[in-house]
Design a protein. Structure first.
Length: 213
């Protein structure tokens, strides 16, 4: 078995993990920043008087966003529901669906945080094995070559740990962003459920004729 080839393959896998982690961090960072800005803007605009999406400021509805989709779904359906319980159940289902979208692709970052140190350790072990195999064949003629081979092997562990540390920092940061966004979504859900467009329920009329004395 070619240990040198496996050692290089471990490095290529770690480089791929690093590139994928950078992509996820950049994409999720932009998504969370935009979603947070839209959520806070809609939260300020969602008063008790707002009963339709058209009543919101144009700058908040010009571009699609996750908070806007939640508010739109609730406002468009709440006037057609027959009871407060139906409205509560519907709004909860919308919130659960939108909350799941916030966590998309974070499992990739979590997997990289776990796998990168293991790949680094694997690369180190394969590098040391390859170094000792070369020594067994040619003998210790130059101690500097031995040190260089072991140093290259240990570099794999350092690279894997470095990828994991950076990934863990952003993963924990994104978890905090998710909690804040979910709090804003809950507030928007509650405010969108208030009122029914000024359409009070009609009181029941008494049967029979009213006799006037």
């Amino acid at each position: 078995m070619n240990m040198q080839l496996l050692h290089e393959l471990a490095f290529y896998l770690m480089y791929a993990c690093a590139a994928l982690a950078i992509f996820v961090i950049a994409e999720r960072g932009l998504f969370f920043a935009y979603t947070m800005r839209q959520a806070t803007g809609l939260e300020r605009a969602m008063t008790h008087a707002v009963q339709h999406v058209q009543e919101l400021p144009a700058e908040l509805t010009a571009r699609p966003s996750l908070p806007l989709a939640l508010v739109t779904d609730i406002l468009s359906e709440k006037h057609h529901l027959h009871s407060e319980k139906d409205l509560e159940d519907f709004s909860e289902s919308v919130y659960i669906a939108k909350r799941g979208e916030v966590q998309q692709r974070l499992w990739i970052l979590d997997t990289i945080v776990t796998a990168a140190p293991l790949l680094g350790l694997l690369g180190t072990i394969l590098g040391i094995i390859d170094t000792f195999k070369a020594l067994a064949v040619s003998g210790v003629s130059d101690p500097g070559q031995v040190s260089q081979g072991i140093g290259t092997a240990l570099y794999a562990t350092a690279l894997g740990i470095g990828i994991a540390v950076v990934g863990m920092f952003f993963f924990n940061l994104f978890q905090e962003r998710i909690e804040r966004i979910n709090d804003h979504l809950k507030v928007l859900m509650l405010r969108a459920c208030v009122g029914r467009g000024g359409q009070p329920q009609s009181s029941p009329q008494p049967h029979g004729k009213l006799h006037v004395a």
